[in-house]
Design a protein around this ligand. Structure first.
Ligand SMILES: Cc1cc2nc3c(=O)[nH]c(=O)nc-3n(C[C@H](O)[C@H](O)[C@H](O)COP(=O)(O)O)c2cc1C
Length: 215
């Protein structure tokens, strides 16, 4: 089989990572993922995970500046490093490029205008990928956890790349599904871009209110 046909099986139509290894070992599932995570851009702002966590602050106002494909690649690759139940990867990512679809998403997300962000990723649950012999409600629970965790990884990756984001959980599931053309229910919409303003992180509660020690 020629390499072109093989690549068609790897990249979705309309999205290819900007940087790819010269030779792609199709037998190693993580080859492309590892390459993307290790490759440029060189100006990653932060590689200290805890600094990334400590500095992250949601943003609803983005500059009118596109997010570089290399950064989108890393944000998507980061999602793919998240653990999933049984490693069945019970989630899918919809990378929304169409301005018209973004407008539909704004409507689907309770008219939240910032959903029309430079980069919009919709994380959907796909319980049919979770091949455990468990009741459906358990498989659904796994899929929502898979999709949510993956989105969280992407959100941190965006921060590490000098971007900011807003997590959208307030939406009409069916309207989101209609907007992006899927029968998979969304778990979250991650809107990403360069922040207009860098703000301090929001305060959290005291540790004593957060942690309940059980002996
Ligand atoms: C499950 C969940 C749902 C959220 N839904 C929305 C939303 O629909 N719209 C919005 O503007 N922000 C939404 N947010 C963002 C939160 O408001 C924000 O994370 C929170 O205020 C804490 O601020 P921080 O992210 O800067 O720490 C959501 C966050 C989470 C985790």
């Amino acid at each position: 089989m020629d390499s072109e046909n093989k690549e068609e099986k790897i990249y979705p139509l309309g999205y290819e990572p900007q940087e790819k290894p010269d030779t792609l070992d199709h037998d190693i599932g993580n080859h492309l993922l590892d390459f993307i995570l290790k490759s440029g851009p060189t100006e990653i702002v932060d590689t200290d995970l805890f600094a990334v966590m400590a500095k992250r602050r949601s943003t609803r106002k983005f500059l009118d500046k596109p997010v570089e494909t290399t950064k989108v690649d890393k944000i998507i690759a980061a999602a793919d490093t998240a653990p999933t139940a049984g490693n069945f990867q019970g989630f899918e990512i919809f990378y929304i490029k169409s301005p018209d679809k973004k407008k539909l998403l704004v409507e689907a997300c309770n008219k939240q205008p910032y959903v029309d962000a430079p980069a919009v990723l919709v994380f959907c649950k796909n319980p049919s990928r979770v091949k455990f012999d468990f009741p459906d409600d358990i498989l659904k629970k796994f899929a929502i956890q898979d999709a949510t965790l993956a989105a969280g990884y992407s959100q941190l990756a965006a921060q590490a790349l000098g971007l900011s984001s807003i997590w959208i959980g307030m939406f009409d599931e069916q309207k989101v599904m209609d907007a992006i053309g899927t029968d998979l229910a969304p778990s979250s919409v991650l809107c990403i871009g360069y922040p207009k303003q860098t703000k301090f992180p929001k305060p959290r509660r005291n540790l004593k209110d957060l942690v309940h020690v059980t002996w």
